[in-house]
Design a protein around this ligand. Structure first.
Ligand SMILES: Nc1ncnc2c1ncn2[C@@H]1O[C@H](COP(=O)(O)OP(=O)(O)OP(=O)(O)O)[C@@H](O)[C@H]1O
Length: 414
């Protein structure tokens, strides 16, 4: 059945469906007023149409009561979900990419899909600008694990509070030195130690923490959680990461912190026998030991984070992008940097691809042409062309809440 493309208020192009079987998918749209449901239903179904060719509607006895498929559609790349879901050993998926491309939606939909396929799953947002709560339409703030309702297996979500994490780091670091200590030792003629401190850039670290530090600490906090037996049940852990820039800096950060903390600890050993003036700066006996222990633990966790990022058996970084030249260029750079850092990447999600329709308005035709150019660019990009390409359609209602995420997940993660 050919589907006409007609203008609508919310989208330049929308398909018209008979509003039959609407009750079957009403559950997808809990946030919409009832009067909007037939229209929204039609828009959601539009997401299935994936070719300019004539479309067919197949009735299905499942929750989505009918499905639109293109006739003789080009072979669609599939995500290889079977591979992602197989095995009960713990696996980590980190979703990252340019700001606003749909990292959170993809991460949340993957988490829902894993949970519905029997994996106790944890989805963590390490993006300082969280949107996991918005995505699940549930309050996940507070820095603790919150159960997500309405799934077959346990799904927990966690939004880490970056401010709190940074504050903790600040406290530990401040107990161990900083600009004040540097000045003091400078005054005491401890030139060599001053030099070492200068190298550590401690003052800088405390005053203007490098971008990515929040994330590194957040991820190391998750590692801390996962070390405890009560979290051993999670077999899939998904990180909704901050936009690209943060991720890139994050990758080199564990090395930087590892080296810095190692130096601080060495320095502390040297200072242990120094004058009481220095002792008064670093605090006495127990405090000093306590701070050193904390730093040592932080350093150990940083090493684990670094190892985790590079472990091909358990970890995969999934790049999320949209079909625009700018986003594809950024994804290519991200992939190159991840390669340099030996971070395993296999999949690239191209989100918000315009679903073609039989008749196009001018806007959609132009937009689609643009998107095709970007998709072509991916095929010819040395960094991206060898990744498994997953196309996710643009839908014209917001994807919020578990039923909507399940809907998206079933399209994207196949
Ligand atoms: N396939 C899609 N179709 C329609 N809307 C989408 C799609 N994917 C994401 N969106 C919408 O785009 C907006 C941004 O999505 P999302 O929050 O997932 O992106 P993000 O990359 O995590 O953003 P940020 O970088 O700000 O964290 C949201 O309103 C989301 O509902």
């Amino acid at each position: 059945m050919a589907i006409p493309c007609v203008p609508s208020i919310s989208s330049p192009c929308a398909a018209k469906f008979p509003a039959t079987n609407s009750m079957a998918v009403v559950g997808l749209l809990p946030h919409l007023p009832k009067t909007h449901i037939p229209t929204a239903l039609c828009k959601f179904n539009l997401a299935f149409s994936f070719s300019c060719r004539p479309l067919t509607i197949t009735r299905k006895p499942l929750r989505n009561s009918f499905q639109v498929r293109s006739v003789a559609a080009p072979a669609e790349a599939v995500a290889g979900f079977d591979d992602m879901v197989s095995g009960v050993q713990r696996k980590y998926y980190m979703l990252g990419g340019k700001g606003g491309v749909g990292k959170t939606s993809c991460a949340a939909s993957l988490a829902v899909k894993f949970a519905n396929n029997g994996h106790p799953t944890l989805v963590v947002s390490t993006d300082p600008a969280h949107s996991l709560s918005d995505s699940f339409a549930q309050d996940l703030t507070g820095g603790t694990l919150v159960p997500v309702e309405g799934l077959d297996s346990p799904l927990f979500a966690l939004e880490l509070n970056p401010e709190k994490a940074r504050e903790e780091f600040r406290n530990v670091s401040q107990t161990n030195g900083g600009a004040g200590v540097k000045d003091l030792m400078d005054g005491m003629g401890l030139g060599m130690l001053v030099e070492q401190l200068g190298e550590l850039k401690l003052g800088e670290l405390l005053d203007t923490p490098p971008p990515g530090l929040d994330e590194a600490i957040a991820i190391s906090k998750v590692m801390q959680f996962l070390e405890s037996p009560e979290y051993s049940m999670f077999t899939r852990i998904i990180f909704d990461t901050a936009p690209t820039g943060h991720t890139l800096r994050l990758l080199s950060l564990p090395d930087f912190l590892d080296a810095s903390i190692g130096k601080i600890l060495k320095l502390k050993q040297k200072l242990a026998s120094a004058t009481s003036a220095i002792k008064s700066v670093f605090g006495q006996g127990e405090t000093r030991q306590d701070a050193a222990d904390k730093l040592e633990r932080l350093r150990e966790r940083m090493v684990k984070v670094r190892e985790l990022f590079r472990d091909t058996d358990s970890t995969e970084f999934v790049i999320v992008t949209i079909p625009t030249v700018m986003a594809v260029s950024e994804s290519s750079r991200l992939r190159a940097s991840l390669k340099k850092e030996n971070v395993p990447v296999k999949r690239l999600v191209v989100n918000q691809v315009l679903p073609p329709s039989a008749s196009d308005c001018k806007f959609c035709a132009m937009k689609r042409k643009d998107q095709m150019r970007a998709l072509d660019m991916i095929q010819n990009d040395a960094e991206l062309s060898n990744l498994t390409l997953i196309q996710a359609p643009l839908v014209d209602v917001e994807i919020r809440g578990v039923p909507a995420l399940k809907f998206l997940g079933d399209i994207v993660w196949k």
